[in-house]
Write a protein that binds this ligand. Structure first.
Ligand code: GDP
Length: 424
């Protein structure tokens, strides 16, 4: 059986915590897209961790963690992340890396920086982890697959060929230093030695695991609104953030994905530029940012302050629909206990008309939020274990959201720790 944990919004919904929690009842946990550009925050008995590339299941002794073929694999980063866990007392995790995963090249990171620099004010607000140049090269068929590291003759020839093109761009477009093919080739040989112990045909591994009745968890990064097709293009990421892509990025049949847990945040937050209809500013935003998440809403990778907003039911219903959500985990609800009333964005007004359907980016830019206000509960719900023990206004908020998004909320998260969860 395969379950997917994905985000309905702009990312940072708290997927890490839910994955860590459900990891306990899983045998295999797979990252299927993205790279080290976003982070998951996990708090457990070993401490507080911000994972960027490793699946959130690495803390359990019984799970196998897979870096799937769809991931942008930064090899030194992977090794560094594994080492940092072990150094902090986490048992050496069992990790497999797909032989079809592609490699984040040192120059992908450089090109990401150079392009953002070139764009200046028009930049994407990239995390500069090389993601866009990486996926561009993958689909332009000049990327390097892990499997290619193991044939030195072909590798050397390909490095030369690819760098010809890169050096033209570096010289004439970016006016930056040239890349040396020998250096890159040697770097790749060092990558090969680092990654070799983990490399395998992970699609075959998953096929066998599923045949044996094992439970597989697909761990998504970011959320629907950052998907290149269905998100706020072009302010999106470069690989699909949808559960459907999990089939491709992990290498499993789509019909195996039985449960799609969409993680939804009880308010809105976003990192980087792009349309954000229910965004709030000033003191109101500062207050929520300060109280939000676990110790404030600041990006796990970049440390940048996150943009804040009220719950957006239009974006979230769409987010859940495009994910194919079978259930929803509503997170960071505990943060909202200070508010007298809670605005919920229930519609977008575009050119004088109110819609509940999330539109394409050009229309989104014109959208004004239509709010409905719900009464606050004015108390701390952290520590509550049963749904019935939540204050009435808090339940009303949850049930209102559930009605708006049209997907059952089966879990409510009321704190950052693994055990801070109310199951309905
Ligand atoms: P992810 O990328 O979706 O995994 O999200 P992040 O882990 O980057 O961001 C979520 C933040 O909220 C982290 O700091 C978590 O520790 C924290 N968090 C997750 N669930 C809850 C919750 O229910 N309550 C509170 N207060 N914090 C939470």
């Amino acid at each position: 059986m395969v379950r997917a944990i994905v985000g309905a919004n702009w990312g940072d919904e708290g997927k890490g915590k839910i994955t860590d929690m459900l990891g306990e009842s899983s045998d295999v946990i797979v990252r299927f897209q993205g790279g080290s550009n976003a982070g998951h925050t996990i708090i457990n008995k070993y401490g507080k961790f911000a994972l960027h590339l490793l699946p959130s299941g690495v803390f359990y002794g019984h799970t196998t963690s897979i870096i799937g073929n769809g991931v942008a694999l930064n090899i030194p980063y992977l090794c560094k992340e594994i080492k940092s866990l072990v150094e902090r007392g986490v048992p050496e995790p069992k990790i497999l890396v797909s032989d079809r995963a592609q490699i984040m090249m040192p120059y992908h990171i450089l090109f990401d920086e150079y392009e953002e620099e070139r764009l200046g004010k028009q930049s994407f607000g990239s995390t500069k982890s090389g993601i866009a140049p990486f996926y561009s090269d993958k689909y332009a068929k000049i990327g390097f697959q892990v499997s290619e590291l193991f044939d030195e003759v072909l590798l050397e020839e390909k490095v030369k060929r690819v760098l010809e093109q890169k050096n033209i761009l570096l010289e004439h477009m970016y006016h930056k230093p040239q890349l040396n093919p020998d250096e890159i080739f040697n770097t790749l040989l060092s990558y090969r030695d680092m990654v070799a112990p983990y490399v395998t045909d992970t699609a075959l591994f998953l096929h066998d695991a599923l045949k044996q009745g094992k439970t597989v968890l697909l761990e998504g990064q970011l959320g629907t609104l950052k998907d290149p097709d269905f998100g706020i293009y072009p302010m999106v990421t470069s690989s699909s953030t949808l559960a459907a892509y999990g089939a491709i990025g992990a290498g499993i049949p789509p019909y195996e994905i039985k449960d799609i847990i969409c993680v939804v945040k009880a308010y809105s937050s976003a990192v980087g530029a792009g349309e954000f209809v229910s965004e709030i500013f000033g003191e109101e935003a500062d207050e929520l940012r300060k109280r939000g998440g676990d110790g404030g809403e600041f990006g796990a990778t970049t440390g940048r302050p996150r943009r804040m907003g009220w719950f957006d039911a239009v974006a979230t219903r769409y987010g859940c629909r495009m994910q194919g959500a079978t259930e929803v985990a509503l997170t960071v609800l505990d943060v909202l206990g200070y508010l007298d009333e809670l605005p919920v964005c229930v519609g977008y007004e575009i050119d004088g008309k109110v819609t509940k359907d999330f539109p394409v980016t050009a229309k989104l830019a014109k959208a004004k939020p239509v709010y409905e206000k719900l009464p606050g509960w004015k108390c701390d719900i952290h520590g509550v274990k049963n749904y019935a023990d939540l204050p009435e206004n808090c339940r009303r908020y949850i049930e209102f959201i559930e009605e708006e998004i049209g997907t059952p909320i089966t879990m409510v998260s009321n704190g950052p720790a693994r055990e801070d969860i109310i199951r309905r």
